[in-house]
Write a protein that binds this ligand. Structure first.
Ligand code: NAP
Length: 495
């Protein structure tokens, strides 16, 4: 007989842990968190490449109800995030609910018995009243199908599978990709490698990172007087909010904010890179914000180093001993680093097969119709299902604002379920359509549609050309909606 739970949560990253904390708060203690990796922490467990750090200040990139006074820097390095995840799991008694090395292959709604059947690779099945997927936005690594890559004779490493024993000293290294990961990694590779070639297809906007160690006295103050850290969080979150709302979401009305950020990035590039041709190649031709901008004080300057070369020729194929561009130029290497990111729209939305009422397949539905989810969390035909990493769910710049808004949404929805004595919830078609219309309309003002994003190749856009990732309103509005959405936006089965 399959194990039965109140809820199955898929994913033991910060999203899944937030869901677990909220389930406990609502009195639903009988849940399990299934995780394909061998430990908790999600992104911060998987990503271990040199240079890994947050690029949202740590006072903001953390749960507001579990502040950490011990961050060593304004922007904490990756291992501190992983330690913080472990601290949260211990503090909120989540670890005993977690099963690691457990890959969920799919889940199916059983309408007659009003439960989800969750299939695990290897043949086991579980059942639960509620299903919550917290599988992240960036959890399906992408390796482009470069011809010949399987014949490469050297070492290949994707940034999500970093080998801690990899010694790059004296190596001839190439890195493909210039996203946020590469911006952190390139300076570290340059420090060790004898030669480094950076293969760039699309340049990225980079602004300075105002980072520094947090003095011990400030950390002690944060620990002794938590209100001081809350104040620091408020200041930082407000600044991020301003950047997001003015620079990205209200591009049409407030172009100046966006152009100001672009000017800052251009000045940064001018100050850091001596060679005008390299500068030109590093300058994006799309508007700031079309693609996720990054923060670094060392990335651009790395290209001044004599052993570092920027290659902008298109990759034709990978040979046993190097990378050959379309023009026929071969860069001989012995180590290939793939900073080629993630596949969001084909395999991550959703990350597992989810079959709802009437046999509707969520992935097919999203791809064949439009990507959509009411308040970025629920979908018609998918009863008792919360999709925490949905289209239009990401609000603000810190993922924690999204997580905590979704926890509030859960609190309101399950509170109403209890009040009505309901067993099943399902968002109505009308509420879902209204939300989709509203976000579509509001996104019309954003840089994604008002700006010039043609050359950005941004993962914010899906295969239909829609920027269906970010929720186009302030995080304050997101949080207000989470606690005030009309309760009749859901159908409830009672009795
Ligand atoms: P990414 O932004 O998707 O970048 C992937 C890179 O690989 C791009 O430069 C892309 O070029 C290149 N690429 C992909 N396929 C290629 C091909 N066939 N040929 C040549 N180049 C190819 O991935 P990422 O850098 O791993 O970052 C993903 C996200 O993770 C970030 O945007 C951010 O949200 C998050 N992140 C956050 C932090 C942090 O500090 N908090 C750090 C790292 C990552 P094109 O641009 O031309 O497609």
């Amino acid at each position: 007989m399959a194990g039965h739970y109140d809820a199955v949560v898929v994913g033991a990253g910060f999203g899944g842990m937030g869901a677990g904390i909220q389930l406990d708060r609502m009195g639903l203690h009988d849940y399990v968190i299934l995780e394909r990796e061998d430990d908790l922490g999600g992104t911060w467990h998987v990503n271990r490449y040199p240079g890994l750090a947050v690029d949202i200040a740590s006072v903001t990139y953390s749960y507001s109800f579990e502040p950490n006074p011990n961050w060593s820097r304004l922007f904490a390095p990756g291992d501190e995030l992983e330690q913080y995840a472990h601290h949260v799991a211990d503090t909120y008694d989540l670890r005993r609910r977690m099963r690691f090395g457990t890959t969920v292959s799919g889940a199916r709604w059983d309408d007659e018995n009003e439960l989800w059947t969750v299939s695990i690779e290897g043949g086991e099945t579980l059942t639960a009243r509620y299903l919550l997927t917290a599988t992240g936005f960036l959890s399906q690594p992408y390796t482009p199908p470069f011809p010949g890559i399987e014949d490469f004779a050297g070492t290949i490493v994707h940034t999500t599978a970093w080998d801690q024993d990899l010694n790059l000293t004296g190596r001839r290294v190439a890195i493909i990709g210039t996203g946020a990961t590469a911006v952190q990694l390139v300076p570290e590779l340059a420090r060790a490698a004898a030669e480094l070639t950076v293969f760039q297809r699309t340049p990225i906007w980079v602004v300075p990172k105002v980072d520094m160690p947090i003095p011990a006295a400030v950390r002690s103050l944060f620990a002794a007087v938590p209100a001081t850290q809350r104040a620091a969080r408020l200041v930082n979150t407000s600044a991020l909010e301003l950047l997001m709302v003015t620079g990205v979401l209200h591009y049409k009305q407030l172009k100046l904010g966006n152009k100001g950020a672009e000017l800052l990035a251009r000045a940064h590039l001018r100050r850091q890179v001596r060679d005008p041709e390299t500068r030109r190649k590093l300058t994006p031709t799309y508007d700031f914000g079309c693609k996720r901008p990054t923060f670094s004080n060392t990335y651009f300057a790395t290209f001044n180093e004599p052993h570092v070369r920027l290659e902008t020729g298109s990759i034709d194929h990978v040979a046993a001993d190097g990378i050959v561009t379309v023009g026929g130029h071969k860069t001989e290497i012995d180590t290939l680093v793939l900073a080629t990111g993630f596949n969001l729209w084909d395999v991550n939305f959703p990350a597992i097969e989810v079959i709802g009422r009437d046999g509707v397949d969520l992935g097919k539905f999203w791809r064949e119709h439009r990507f959509q989810a009411y308040e970025g969390i629920t979908v018609p035909k998918f009863p008792n299902f919360l999709s925490l990493n949905s289209p239009y769910s990401y609000s603000g710049l810190s993922y924690f604002t999204t997580i905590e808004a979704q926890m509030k949404h859960m609190g309101r929805l399950f509170g109403e379920m209890r009040r009505r004595g309901a067993r099943v919830f399902e968002v109505t078609e009308a509420a879902n359509a209204r939300f989709l219309d509203k976000v579509t309309d509001k996104l019309g003002s954003s840089v994604f549609y008002g700006g010039d994003c043609a050359s950005s190749r941004s993962y914010y856009f899906n295969q239909h050309g829609e920027a269906a990732l970010l929720r186009p309103n302030s995080t304050l509005t997101t949080h207000r909606h989470a606690t005030h959405f009309p309760l009749d936006d859901y159908d409830y089965r009672v009795g």
